[in-house]
Design a protein around this ligand. Structure first.
Ligand code: FES
Length: 152
């Protein structure tokens, strides 16, 4: 099945018909050193495996703000680091395109698509995602590399 024609309208290519709930070769952090900015690719976000926090979604907005958040979508648990960063700077789930504010982890838009985009359903998931925020981690950029901040 082509990922561009499925009923969910996936925002990033994932194989198969099941949610991408598995990791896809996360970058290995070295201590607080997470990932080089030039490793983020066109999606603007990758999964990074850390010693202290497990696998995080780490990326950068088009405005140049780096972020690190929890990696699990509040809808059907897809790995957010396999999604993309939107033009407006939201982290978008690869599966049904729920969107998260990377500054506070709040879901800003519920799932979309022919199946899960049904407005009452999508709004209910969004309300849940406003309460069950993603954890966010303070980060900083030094010499083109995203680091966890010392202050966390
Ligand atoms: S699994 Fe993320 S929007 Fe459905």
């Amino acid at each position: 099945m082509s990922w561009t024609r499925d009923p969910h309208g996936r925002s990033a290519p994932t194989r198969g018909i099941l949610p991408p709930v598995t990791h896809d070769r996360p970058v290995e952090a070295r201590g607080r050193r997470l990932v080089r900015v030039d490793e983020l690719g066109e999606r603007g976000v990758v999964e990074v495996k850390t010693d202290d926090y497990g696998v995080l979604a780490v990326g950068m907005t088009p405005a140049g703000a780096a972020f690190a958040t929890g990696n699990i979508c509040r809808h059907q648990f897809a790995k957010l680091g396999r999604g993309r960063v939107t033009e407006s700077g939201c982290l978008e789930c690869p599966w049904h395109r729920a969107r998260y504010d990377v500054t506070d982890g709040t879901m800003r838009e519920g799932p979309k698509g022919r199946v899960f985009g049904f407005k009452p359903y999508s709004s209910a998931v969004e309300a849940l995602g406003r309460r069950l925020k993603l954890t966010t981690y303070p980060v900083e950029i030094r010499d083109g590399v995203i680091y966890l901040s010392e202050a966390d």
